[in-house]
Ligand binder design. Sequence first.
Ligand code: PLP
Length: 390
Amino acid sequence: MTYLDHAATTSMSPVAIAAMLDAANELGNPSSLHASGRRARRVVEESRELVAAALGVRPSEVIFTGGGTEADNLALKGVYWHRRNGFPDRNRVLVSAIEHHAVLDAAEWLAEHEAARLEFVPVDQLGRIDVEALRTTIEADPESVALVSCMWANNEVGTVQPVAELLAVCAEHGVPFHSDAVQAVGQLPVSGVGLSAVTVSGHKLGGPMGIGALLAGREVGIVPLQHGGGQERKVRSGTLPVPLIANFAAAVSDSVATIDERAASFRTMRDELITAVRGAVPSAILNGDPVDRLPNNAHFSFPGCEGDALLLLLDANGIECSTGSACTAGVPQPSHVLLAMGVSEELARGSLRFSVGVGTAMSDIDALVAVLPDVVERARAAGLSRSVGR
Ligand code: PLP
């Protein structure tokens, strides 16, 4: 089996598994006051310190969540509610047009149910967020902006975003800035410094599914989404999953400590893959920024093909990849990311993301290109016969 879908989820690192097993062998709820509870609490707080040190924030700025989706929802809804409290006209929510659905759908929900005025910041044809467009949008009426959310790097086409410039524009106007860094941590240098909130997820960087964090300064007001025991600064109630937290923290720390070698090896494999795919299928079009992209990401459009057909034919040949984000795969719609970049609907539908990770070898790329020309030919024939039949 050739796994080229590490951006959907990647394997757990051995240090993270070891940390999880150690914690799993211990009894104790970190909220309990007795010795076992205090031992569990120590694991949580040491983990919090590891995450904070790796991502340049204070331990008190790490709020553990049940993953990236929850952290994005907490940032969007929690900050919006806080900012709007007492200021009903401060209801503009500005998000880039290429956000993950965890941000997009949360923003759309706010528009439908909480009177938010949602505005999209455009991107260029490489998928790079337009800083000047954000400036113009904010400056139309800075007082009415509740928050801005722009991702650190795009999960589909891999384009790295001008986060420092976007942050500077928001800071100029005192507007809270959230960034979804789920795909970036462990691949690019990420620091929470200066941002109001940053989303991190465990299973993209060698940790487990179902755990993540929102990095948010204490000065950032966040109205909780769920209520209960008052854990995590009363912002995110729920018994803390100690083994997952230990695993997550070890994975974050390890992926950041080894980022140079990780990124270099991902980049080497990714570049080999791009060259090999172009050699095997000269009509393939590389999407996203050719230089400023995630080290592990290669994203192509194959003219005349349906992405789902390509994916299934590759899968039948033991090659696993994605039509884009795993979270939207299975929904037969062209990617909103590619459409925002100006790619035609037809081309957008014929796209595949290959993402490398720990363990990807040249043999995986050889296996891909051994079958790709035939797969593309068959998908194209199927695609064409389907459109002729319509
Ligand atoms: N944000 C981005 C950019 C992602 O790629 C993903 C997952 O694909 C998420 C958020 C959701 O994270 P999680 O799977 O931890 O809920």
